[in-house]
Design a protein around this ligand. Structure first.
Ligand code: NDP
Ligand code: 8X3
Length: 275
């Protein structure tokens, strides 16, 4: 029977004996509490993966973990702040203790904060947060998981980039820089791992309606809604679908970089609004 395992004591439940289903691949998803991470966790669970879920918000994570369990997956969920080295190290160690192997790492945790021109920026913490999360967090999780993938000579790393990693736009210099950085990291990793049976993919969406804009605009719902007004954005499920496709190709097939936009979006700032 599948069991949800919460590593945080306050959320510990169902700690009955765990049987790791050897045939199932195990996917670790960062930022699994909402949006693309949540949708991907559920779709992978539905398609036969065991899932390891991390994010900062316990309650939202618990909700995803319970839903994932209904697909018969073994689920390990624990709070994770990818900016925190000790927390991330413990998280990955617990995951490896639990499942013995991590086959897919989905570096999804990420955020934009603000839409502010450089000259107007009064709050350097926003810049620091994006760099610490989108670059340092992704690098850290990759560094922590990679040795076990190299040892088993099998694995797949999927990094969430963005169309913002291909074309910069005003007010978003640092967010775009982090996503250009994700491109650089993904490309370098693929070269570093040549000779190992480890795949490295970047999934680069345009506009996806998630909590992304609420976070970017610090909870200003009207401003967040205006991003998607009159247009048909991508959904988190659209991206999860693409990630599932990438990780279920034959082992010798590496999808390098998948750029995906809504039909209503031709470039970062060029969006067709129907009304
Ligand atoms: P959401 O805000 O809905 O989800 C972001 C997720 O990241 C949440 O689960 C959040 O969980 C988690 N997260 C944020 N900071 C941390 C942290 N320090 N440690 C661990 N988890 C963290 O946005 P999306 O689903 O849209 O974003 C997912 C990824 O997709 C991001 O990398 C984003 O840059 C990228 N992307 C998004 C696009 C869009 O238009 N929405 C387009 C292109 C790329 P919690 O707050 O609980 O920690
Ligand atoms: C998010 C897409 O266009 O808001 O990465 O930068 S965009």
């Amino acid at each position: 029977m599948a069991t949800v395992h919460f590593k945080d004591k306050a959320f510990t439940q169902g700690m009955t004996s765990l049987t790791i289903t050897k045939q199932k691949r195990t996917a670790l998803i960062t930022g699994a509490s909402s949006g693309i991470g949540r949708a991907t966790a559920l779709l992978l669970a539905e398609n036969g993966f065991n899932v390891i879920l991390g994010a900062r918000r316990k309650e939202a994570l618990e909700d995803v973990a319970k839903k994932a369990q209904t697909f018969g997956s073994d689920v390990l969920a624990a709070t994770l702040d990818v900016r925190n080295k000790d927390n991330a190290t413990e998280f990955v160690q617990n995951a490896l203790d639990h499942f013995q192997h991590i086959d897919v790492l989905i570096n999804n945790a990420g955020l934009a904060r603000g839409l502010t021109k450089v000259a107007d920026q009064q709050n350097e913490e926003e810049w620091q947060d994006m760099v610490d999360t989108n670059i340092m967090g992704l690098m850290r999780m990759t560094r922590l998981v990679l040795p076990s993938m190299i040892e088993q000579n099998y694995g797949h790393i999927v990094n969430l980039g963005s169309t913002a990693g291909h074309e910069a736009y005003a007010g978003s210099s640092v967010y775009c820089a982090t996503k250009f950085g994700v491109q650089a990291i993904t490309t370098a990793l693929r070269q570093e791992l040549l000779g190992h049976a480890i795949r490295v993919t970047s999934v680069d969406p345009g506009m996806v309606e998630t909590e992304f804009s609420m976070v970017r605009f610090s909870g200003d719902k009207d401003r967040a809604d205006s991003v998607y007004a009159g247009t048909t954005p991508l959904t988190a499920n659209d991206i999860a679908d693409i990630i599932l496709f990438a990780v279920t190709r034959k082992n010798h097939v590496n999808l390098d970089d998948i750029i995906v936009r809504p039909v209503d979006q031709a470039s970062g700032g060029l969006v067709y609004r129907h009304s």
